[in-house]
Write a protein of this length. Structure first.
Length: 315
């Protein structure tokens, strides 16, 4: 694994890739179930950006069985809400040309196309989206330099990217002068993140290479030529599932069994853990609804959504 020496390094010698501030250890030995491993999360003392260490030289094994059906029964709810945010955030108020980075199975692109948008996506595992008749490339570099988009979205994909500064600067070059950028990421300063620490479900190391807060997101946008214009602090199904799974992660030896079962996977754990996760997860999900409401009211949900415009856009 690359970066393994960070475990023994003096964090005071390490610098934030965004603002060059000092990185200090935030969480130690955050576990990943399969492949088995543990990782540390460092955090900048100035801008608050978090970074996972070590980063595996090959991340592919951590994405096996990751794609497809991740929203399950809540997919329609999720897409409807994102379309509403899209409509609210675009400057013209009319459908135009949209690029979704990390589009997954293409569910959001299909919803946007139905709404009247001309859509394209990127996804390093594009087969599922292409099978649904969507124009999806594997990398941003495959999009012609002359392409211009009225909106570019990153729904829970920015945290997976190895160079967020370079990515957003590239996005800036594709965005119309009156275009909108929409980003959704887990909020490392949310109630769940602070309460559960290394057991927080949405930490998701090592797939999540970076960890964002309101402060670090604002710094990233400023550094790459954007200014935030609107912010939301909740995505209901993300916030809801985070409570039961994080609690179960504190109680059981194998992480994320409940969500694996919900997604039709076969977690490698005892039958007792599976039964406990099913029963406990169902009960805790119902009890979590008021907790989601409480965290939202205090602006500390587990998801941070930001709409931004190019800095030279005057509205």
């Amino acid at each position: 694994m690359q970066g393994l020496s960070w475990r023994n390094a003096d964090s005071n010698d390490q610098r934030c890739p965004l603002c060059a501030g000092k990185l200090r250890i935030r969480l130690r030995e955050v576990e990943h179930a399969l492949p088995r491993g543990s990782f540390d999360v460092f955090r900048c003392e100035d801008c608050g950006l978090g970074k996972t260490f070590p980063i595996p030289s090959d991340l592919a094994p951590y994405y096996e069985n990751y794609h497809g059906g991740r929203h399950g029964a809540t997919a329609q709810l999720c897409n409807n809400r994102r379309i509403a945010i899209l409509d609210e955030s675009t400057y013209s108020g009319k459908p135009g040309k949209l690029l979704d980075i990390g589009c997954g199975d293409g569910g959001f692109l299909l919803a946007a196309r139905k709404r009247g948008w001309r859509v394209q996506g990127t996804e390093f595992n594009p087969q599922g989206a292409r099978q649904r008749g969507l124009d999806v490339v594997t990398d941003l570099g495959e999009i012609p330099d002359t392409s211009v988009f009225d909106c570019i979205t990153l729904w829970h994909s920015l945290e997976h990217l190895c160079d967020p500064v370079r990515t957003l600067r590239s996005i800036r070059s594709f965005l119309s002068p009156t275009g909108a950028l929409l980003i959704a990421v887990p909020d490392i300063d949310g109630v769940q993140a602070r309460l559960f620490g290394r057991r927080w479900f949405h930490l998701d190391v090592p797939r999540h290479l970076y960890h964002y807060s309101k402060t670090s997101m604002a710094a990233l946008l400023k550094a790459t030529g954007f200014r935030p214009v609107q912010r939301w602090n909740q995505e209901f199904e993300y916030d809801l599932i985070g409570w039961p799974q994080s609690i179960l992660n504190c109680l059981l030896p194998t992480p994320n069994v409940f969500i694996d079962l919900l997604m039709g996977r076969s977690p490698r754990c005892s039958t007792a853990e599976k039964v406990t996760s099913c029963i406990g997860g169902a009960m805790l999900t119902g009890l979590a609804i008021p907790l989601v409401a409480m965290a939202t009211l205090v602006n500390r949900g587990s998801t941070l959504i930001v709409a931004a415009h190019p800095c030279d856009l005057q509205v």
